[in-house]
Each structure stands twice: as C-alpha cells, then as structure tokens.
Design a protein around this ligand. Structure first.
Ligand code: ADP
Length: 490
C-alpha cells in the first residue's frame, strides 16, 4: 500500500535539507527513516540536520531577514497569498503525503490542507494591517511606536497535524516580516519540505523559509540553543516544552508553547444527547485521538449517564480502523510503534486502577495491514478522577468517562487537571453554558460543538498547556516587537 500511495504522492526525494532556497545534504550525511504507520514499512529517508546544518539554516534566515522585513507590506502579503494558492493547487498531493507519513485518514488530511490554505490567506491579509500608534505623551514631543519583526523565528512542530501546525507558525511569522527555520517532527517531515519548495516556486525569496529535518535531541535542540534565533515557537508535549523553555531561558529567548491537554467535555442532563454523543465521539476519535485538544475526559451528569453511554457505544462500535487512503475510513493507525506501546500501557493502567472497560482495550487487527500501529476505539467508565487515565494525556482513541451531580461538581472536575487547553460544554441552558465557560481554565471552550478551529480565532493553552496564542490577531504579538520613538518638537 505504501508503495502505491507513494507513487500517487510522487515523492521519493533524496534526503536533503532546504536552506537558503537550495537543497543540501546534511554535513555529516546522517539520515532518518520515515515510515507509513499503517504498514510500518519505510517510505524513505530524510536528512538528520546536525548543529552545523542548523547553523547554516539560521545563517540563511538571518541573511534574508533585513530584506524581507523591509519589503513593502503589500508585496509580502501578495507573496503569502501566492503561497496559499500553491498549497491549494497541490492540495491532493500534500494530503496524500500527510496520510503516508502520519497514517491519518485521507478525509482528515484533506481538511488539514484546506485549513493550511486558509491560514496563509488569513495572515497574508494581516501583513498590511500591522502598525504602531501615535502616543499622547507629556511635553512638546511627537511619540510614536513601530511594530517591528523579531527577526529569525525557530518553529518546532509535532507530527499530529504536520503541515497545518507548520502553517500556524510560518504564516504569521512571515506576515509580520520575520524569517523562519522550521523543524518538522521526525515522524512526519515530508510536507514541510514540500511547503518550502512550493513557497519558493511561488515567489518567497531564498532564505525566508528554511527547513531542517531531524530529531528533537539533535536538530530541535540545536535550533533552540542557537544564539542567533530571536524567538522559538514550539508545539509538542508538556515535558519537551519545559526543556525548550529551560534552554531558551539560558539566552533570554522568548518562547511560545502550545503543549498537552486533558480536555473535559461536559454533558449536562438537559443537553441534546444525540448531538452530545456525536460531539463526544468526534472529540476523542478525530485523528485517532492524537489531538492536543482531544476531549479525552467525558464528564456526564449522572441522570443521563447510561443514555449517553449507550449512544456513544453504538457509534464507537461502528468505528472500524482501516486503510487511511480509503475515503470512507474514519480511524487510522497511531503514528508510530512508540505511541502504540504508550497508548496500550495507558489502557493497562486504566484497567489496573479499576476503571470499567466498556469497549476496546487492546491493539486492533486490520486485514491487509498486519504491521500497522492499530488500537481499538476504547471507552472506560467509572474512572477515578485522580487516576492516571483521568490525569495523563493518552494521545490515542481512549476515552475516560466520569460522572457529576451538579454544575459546581462539573466545574471542579473539569479544572482538576494540570492542563488547560480546551473544553466542551453541552447544555440547552444558554446562561449555564456561558457561566461554565467563564469558570473553566482553558484557552478554548466549545459550547454544543467540539473541535472546529479557525485562523481568525486565537488558540492556545492555560496552566501547563502552555502560553502564547496562535492564530487570530493575538498571534501577532509574539512575532513582533514594539519600539517607542521620541521626537522633540521644540
Ligand atoms: P511528541 O511527544 O508529540 O512526539 P515532542 O514534544 O517530543 O512531542 O516533539 C514535538 C517536537 O519537538 C518535534 O518536532 C520534536 O522533534 C521536537 N523536540 C523533541 N525534543 C526536543 C528538544 N529537546 N529540543 C527541541 N525540540 C525537541
């Protein structure tokens, strides 16, 4: 399957890095293998960038920085719009590459690419709208502010939404006049390389977007430590985020961190239960639960618990993992053998801690794909709110169901976590919905819906889910710095 798909995707490129508008080998020739998660067969090799390669990429980004920053904003905007057009024109190939690399269902990969296009277009529009203020200071002085780019941005992204996560960082960074060194995750490097090539062909000047493939400890760490990187935009696990923050602190480099989650999805007794069951299903099974916003804790009011569970079970039983290249597939494999082992160990911990297993609970067997990283859709009820299953991010198709009696208990349970990325609320009572939304410490709250995001609306975490906001006008602050200019009038 991987071979046929790869032919369709049309990529068996040599393992090279994209630096200063050119393809280059890693200086020591090291490579990484990338595999197709549905078969665990290798797709090909990518370069493993070492410290000198990262330095070359940062050097290229620095060299391009002044010209890109001084380009007329309208011209920057036009180029970013053309990048969006190029991604759109190659959408199907990019979606196939994403399926090949990550194993996500093609239906979801196509959504990722569409949202990538939207993200570039949204931030292309911002280029011409970023400006300072005139400030009424005391005295005969003309004071104004300039909103300048920060310079060279290091962007480090994870494997669950590879191209989309890259766009969330690259598009605002470039719109604000920065240059970027992008490091995709080792599991999913292909579309970042394609993006750089497409963007350059679309008119992005050499050096404005550079891509270094490689692993975290080598390539990612070299990027974070490089003294000429002005800001690090990171998305990944909370543990790695802490490491990145510590490294960046050593040279006072600003970071934005979008980290893990254990998001509560709260269903009140007055909710439309059909809609809530569908929402809870999508919240945990989209991208096989490999979403930082996954609604992995379902909090349900006791009086409707059995009715909701029944509907959810009916849906989940019909969710059969299968070939991610088939447009009918809704559940693909997990990204890697490592994630597969991790998710199964979280399931075992749930059983050992006494949660009641309602469905799944094991690796899945999929005809024709014996080597794939499959996990059955898994539902647990009567989960102890302090157990690992209720507290730790699983990053797989595993739902922990807890019950509550009243609104106060729902809020307390929802907030009983170190994370604060997202939450869902299902109720017919509008006042309650907005009251609870205010009480929950999370960066995104969905009411009677779950999952959708939009480039125009800010996204990010509270508590140990990180800080800084991506998307929307709120993203611009991280990618710009303000200068106050004083001009004496007397
Ligand atoms: P996950 O657990 O989702 O694989 P990680 O947080 O380990 O997430 O990885 C997210 C991104 O961070 C990847 O691109 C990875 O290569 C990178 N990364 C991992 N470790 C480091 C590190 N020490 N410094 C910088 N980047 C890292």
């Amino acid at each position: 399957m991987a071979t046929a798909a790869e032919a369709a995707a049309g990529r068996r490129a040599p393992p090279r890095l994209f630096i200063g508008g050119c393809w280059r080998d890693a200086s020591d020739g090291r490579v990484l293998l990338t595999e197709h998660p549905a078969t665990a067969e290798p797709i090909g090799e990518v370069a493993l960038a070492g410290t000198p390669d990262v330095a070359a990429a940062v050097g290229a980004a620095r060299e391009a920085a002044a010209r890109w920053a001084r380009l007329d904003a309208a011209d920057r905007s036009a180029i970013l719009w053309k990048v969006a057009d190029a991604v759109e024109a190659h959408a199907e190939r990019l979606a196939l590459l994403e399926v090949l690399d990550v194993g996500k269902p093609i239906r979801e990969a196509r959504i990722d690419i569409r949202e990538t296009v939207d993200t570039f277009r949204y931030f292309a529009g911002w280029s011409t709208k970023i400006h300072g203020d005139t400030v009424p200071v005391r005295g005969a002085v003309f004071n104004y502010t300039l909103r300048e780019p920060v310079g060279v941005v290091g962007a480090i992204v994870p494997w669950n939404f590879p191209l989309l996560q890259a766009a969330w960082k690259v598009a605002p960074a470039l719109a604000c006049g920065n240059t970027v060194v992008l490091k995709p995750a080792e599991q999913s490097p292909l579309t970042a390389l394609e993006l750089a090539e497409l963007a350059t062909a679309a008119g992005l000047p050499a050096g404005v977007l550079n891509v270094v493939t490689g692993d975290g400890p080598t390539t990612g760490a070299a990027l974070v430590r490089h003294g000429d990187v002005d800001a690090i935009a990171f998305t990944g696990s909370t543990e790695t985020g802490r490491v990145v923050m510590r490294e960046a602190a050593a040279r006072t480099c600003p970071v934005s961190l979008e980290l893990g989650g254990k998001s509560p999805n709260i269903v009140f007794a007055d909710a439309d239960l059909r809609a809530a069951a569908r929402g809870a299903y999508n919240a945990i099974f989209y991208n096989a639960g490999q979403c930082c916003t996954a609604g992995s804790r379902l909090l349900v009011q006791a009086s409707v618990r059995d009715a909701l569970i029944e509907q959810l079970l009916e849906r989940a039983r019909a969710l059969v993992p299968g070939d991610p290249f088939d447009a009918r597939t809704r559940l693909g494999p997990l990204v890697s053998g490592e994630q597969h082992a991790r998710v199964l160990s979280c399931i075992r911990a749930g059983v050992e801690d006494g949660a009641r297993l309602l469905l799944g609970g094991d690796a899945a067997a999929v005809d024709g794909f014996p080597g794939g990283h499959w996990v059955q859709p898994t539902l647990f009820a009567e989960v102890d709110p302090d157990s690992a299953l209720a507290q730790q991010e699983v990053f797989g198709p595993v739902l922990a169901i807890l019950t509550f009696e009243d609104e106060a208990e729902a809020i307390a349970l929802a907030n009983r976590t170190i994370y604060g990325l997202a939450a869902g609320i299902w109720t017919a009572d509008g006042a309650r919905a907005h009251r609870v939304a205010r009480e929950i410490r999370a960066g995104t709250v969905w009411i009677n819906m779950y999952n959708p995001l939009d480039p125009a609306s800010p996204f990010g975490g509270m508590k140990q889910s990180g800080f800084g906001r991506e998307l929307g006008a709120d993203a611009l602050g991280f990618y710009t710095q303000v200068k106050s200019v004083w001009y004496g009038l007397s």
